[in-house]
Write a protein that binds this ligand. Sequence first.
Ligand SMILES: C[S@@+](CC[C@H](N)C(=O)[O-])C[C@H]1O[C@@H](n2cnc3c(N)ncnc32)[C@H](O)[C@@H]1O
Length: 450
Amino acid sequence: MGKIKNKSSNYKIIDDWADFDKSKIMSLSAEYYGEKGIDAFSRVKSSNIIPSETSCSYAHAESLALLLKNQMDINPDKKLFKVLELGVGSGLFSYNFLRASEKLGIIDKVNYCVSDFNENILVKIKDLEFLNQFENNVNFQVIDLLNIDNSYSLTNADYQLDDLDLVVGNYLMDVFPALPVKFSNKNIGELEKLQIKVSQPKNLLDANLYSNDALFKNLKIEERYVAYNSNGLSDLEARYIDLFEAYIRKNDSRVPRIYPYGYGSLKALESVVTRLSDEGLFYIMDVPYRENANIKPYDTYGNTVANHVNFDLMICLLEQNGNSFRYTRNDYYGRLLVARNDKLLFDFSEEFEFIEDFMANNPINLYSDLIRAISMIKTREGVPVLGTLIDSLEKISPNETTTHLIRADYHTIKKDYANALSFLNLAKEADKAGMYKVNTEISKIKSLMK
Ligand SMILES: C[S@@+](CC[C@H](N)C(=O)[O-])C[C@H]1O[C@@H](n2cnc3c(N)ncnc32)[C@H](O)[C@@H]1O
């Protein structure tokens, strides 16, 4: 009989039962963002990329440029509108927003701040020069949203973090610490928090965190729930604990479920809302927490953790602070629009109809449906349908790398290699940050053409 291998001996414990929000995987995640920078979003440099296609699409960016245009129409005398994008990642949303502003004829009134907590990301975006054509409208700020007072300019520009007209945070709230909490099965009415024990394969050295994007996928993560009480709360956790308790008691449905305590996103939300102008809006798009005990309240992408965002809890904070909001969500993303005052709740004038439409019928919904539908069609018989879907995609997200690559694939399926090659060349031209493997695709097509 062969020997039974003791699997656990191949692992080294790197965290021995820590609260989820203070665990090693959260600190590694922040380090990964810091070290990997823009490459975390590159299909060329990463095998396990962080999703950003939908958030950064032209369709999405243009909808926000239209929202800004609407604000400009309401305030025709205002000369300059301050737009701040937080946690920009690849910078492609910034590029598409500015491109859309130019197309809409509002670019002269736009002052766009490109920001991230990682200075390297901003330096890289600057060096890649794809925002150069908008240099009169753009500045770069290092902003750590959990430590906003320590923000600084990359170019020594005098930029004040106040009076903001539009602030955008795409897939940003999910990076902040959040603690999954649930009601105890044993002690009725008592709360329990998630702790994890993390082990990593011994053959993967620590240095692999950045070079091996699949490290997180190989971690062994064990879970347990233990009593949640006021001992050892971090400052931020303590700051919102009363709000969280009130929320959790109000929402106690007696059905087993997890209540993520996203205190990091609460702090981030407050930091921004207090810096909005009177008419200013804060737009948040992120992966929503779904009230289902069987769905894990977090995912990992690359070596990062994405906490599913507890929008309901954020809304409790907005209500407590007298801010107004609009919120919508589907299975893939939640979208929250916030104003400092009660404007969004009580102003039903014609000008604000635009906002209803922006929330309910945003082109991002069609974009994400189309991308999913297109990826499902694999057969030659589906080609005519594919053509129609791609026509729709080109309408809402024109001249984008993804769109061109999809069109090139379509021609490849039809064995129309000459057309495939011309779309690949367009994709190469559009891929300003060099994020896609366009050259590899071009070589493949050229060899098929021989
Ligand atoms: C999931 S990515 C989203 C990137 C981009 N917005 C998108 O939609 O593709 C999160 C971004 O937030 C940045 N980030 C992480 N922690 C942050 C913090 N404390 N303050 C500001 N930005 C942060 C990361 O560097 C990264 O660029």
